[in-house]
Each structure stands twice: as C-alpha cells, then as structure tokens.
Design a protein around this ligand. Sequence first.
Ligand code: PMP
Length: 448
Amino acid sequence: MTMNAFASSNSPLTREAMEPFWLPMTPNRQFKSKPRIFVGAEGMHYVTDDNRRILDGMAGLWCVNAGHAQRRIVEAIQAQAAKLDFVSSFQMSHPAAFELARRITEIAPAGLDHVFFTNSGSEAVDTALKIARGYHRAHGDASRIRFISRAKAYHGMGWGGLSVSGIVRHRRDFGPLLPEVDHLPHTHNPEHAAFSRGQPQWGAHLADELSKLLQVHDPSTIAAVIVEPVTGSGGVLPPPVGYLERLRKICDQHGILLIFDEVITGFGRLGAAFGANAFGVTPDIITCAKGMTNAAVPMGGVIASGKVYDALMQGPDNAIELFHGYTYSAHPLACAAGLAALDVYQDLGLFERARRLAPVWENHAHGLRDLPHVIDIRNIGLLAAIDLKPREGAPGARGSECANRCYEDGILIRGSGDTLLISPPLIITEEQIADIFAAIRRALTGIS
Ligand code: PMP
C-alpha cells in the first residue's frame, strides 16, 4: 500500500483535545473554536485536516526556503538520528558541526569566519548581544554596554532580543527590559517613498540619527548597533539606498560593532546567501536561523568576524572564552539538516533563482497598486508587503479579512495588522507567483 502524502491522518480535534496546548502568538480561545490544522506538507503546499491543498505563500514562517519535505533533508535527518542522536556541548562535538560551520563561513561575506550554534533566532540574537559585550570587555572597554536598534525591528522573544526589538506590542507587557537600549527611527516613510520598488531612493540620511545619538551617549558606552538589513516582521522595509553603508561608516568611526539580524534575510531570501552579500555591506556579526536547516530542525547561529572571535580568544589558557551555550547547540540532527539544506540550495541554484524571479515578483506585487484600500506596496528579493488603509474604528480588520479570504481561496499569506506579508519558498514558479497575487486581488476586491 502506498502512503498518500496528502491523506488526512486525523479526525477533527475536539475542543477538549485542543485545550492543553497553549498556542504561541495565537488568540487561543478564538483559534480553538475555528482551528487551522495542517496534517502534511510537500513542496509548495500544505495539506489541511479536511484535505485541502494550500499554496504556502509564507515559506512556513519565512523559513522553508527550499519548500516542504525536501527528500534529501528528510533522509539526512533520518540517517543522523539513527547514527548519532546527541552530543553534549561541553568540550565535545561531532564532525557535522565542524563541517556545517565551515560551509556557512564559505557562503558568508569574507571575514565572517566563525559560527556559534544556537537553536533559534531569538537565541542567536541574545548570543550576539552577549558576544558584543564580551568583545569590548576583552578590549578593556567594559563600559561599552549599550545597544542601539531601530523602531519596528523584530529580534526575537528572548529578553535581550525583546529589549532591542522595536515592535511596541511585543514589548508592552513584559517590562522592565534591558535599560541600556536606544532605538533609531525606522526607514518607512510613505510620504517620500510610497510604492518603492526594491530599495527606496529616499531615507539614507536617517542613518545619521545614529550620529545624533552619539552626542547624547558617549560612543565609549555603546557596544553594538543591531539591525535587520530588511526589516521583516515589522513590515518588509528594504533599506534605503546608501543607508546600511552609512551605518557601517559611523560604527567604524566610533569602534561600535554592527550586527545584522539575518534570521529572515539569510539563506537566499534576497537572492544571495545573506543580505550582507546582497547589499555589499559587511557587519561584524550576523545572526541567522530559519532557512539554515530549511526549518526542518530548529537551529540558529551567530556568525562572527575574525576580529570579534580573536578578541574573545585572548583570555587565560584553559578558560572558557565565552561562558555561554545551550544543551542543543550544534545538535547532530540540526547539523545534518543544515548540511543537506545547503546542498539543496546549491544543487537547485535557489539563491540565483530568487534573484532571477525577483523582478517577476516585483511586477506582480506592484500590479495590485490600484486596488481598493491599498496604500503602499514594498518588495525586495522574494519578500513583499502590502499596506491596507485601516477600516475606520477597526484597525487590523482589513488585513485579517484579506488573509482569511486568501486562505479560503487556497493561498497562505500573513495578515499582520493591516499589512499583508508574503514570503514564499524560493522554489516557487512564475505561475504560482501569479496565483498568489491573483488571490490577493480577489480578496481585496471582495472586502469593504
Ligand atoms: N530575528 C528576526 C529578524 C526574526 O525575523 C525572527 C523570527 N521571525 C527572530 C529574530 C526570532 O527567531 P525565532 O523565532 O527562531 O526565535
């Protein structure tokens, strides 16, 4: 008997059966009365418990870059699980960990030579912030403790990442957070740069806000600036032309480390291995996760420059240079998945594919410009966001209605407030790109 990958394996869950699972980032009470349950996934599609195929316009959550259930990745995980399931991260490791670190440094920008493994993007960000402080302390600059990030930034849910995040809703209920944090303004300005295609021409000067902050705080108190090269969850905000270069220059002038949070932009989303490669600006530290294993096993990482790594290696002999790590750092299954994912990206030429499809993607996205409620559209690589005018008295309603209609129509996109976010697997075809934007068109013309 052959197994149908799309066969429904579960009878519908009762409310009672759902009760123990406290879903993250979900209104649990609402969800449990009308759940969306997936029972399978393959390539570009999810399969629901009522056996519908849903085209995945989000690559899961910006992460399944090579599409679902890639056979080589599945087999690599299975083989690794049978061979070596776990190794402690205390003075032990295994060959796949060294190999994956080497492969990642090969595709990272030149000079980013060392990888510290974590299990998620949040852990990668917290690790990077600790490394930044450690770097300055190693230089005798223990007063450099302050971090600078940006409004609308998302850097995960750990205390460090939350402290530098700029999404107010995420921070609101959990204070006090790390106090030594300042936020630069975000770069989204529809008045000057609405409907920009790719990087907006307007806005590089906003990097100079960093210089202004340095007049408030002495630069000798600043450890690092952390930015997503393209703000992701905050609404797909590509950096204005010249902006990242300016940030890099100011950081260099004042001995401040620059961290790129590439949890979304890493592993091909922008048509290059990392955003740093795509924009030609090299940070001192990159954080990554998601596409690192094609999301098949949780994994994150911090890629550090030789300068940062070497500073931390200067301590006394036999001392642990960075007293930090996780039980599952460089987990064998994650490393096996990571190596297989890199093979798949390479063999299918997916980074180049994303670069080649980006203009097609852009044209489809901006083809929605004249539809009702649309007030801005942004895109870069295989990322897009569509801002809708909020309905009076009901902010967020249009966004969620539109995303729900797309889902009923067989297309998964994300409604975040009144912004529609789209980020498909890089294996997407031109026809499927057309299908996604056609579904959004139908949804938008159908809502009030
Ligand atoms: N940083 C960025 C830029 C992200 O987009 C995310 C997740 N969307 C994170 C950090 C956190 O990653 P994780 O959810 O794996 O902890």
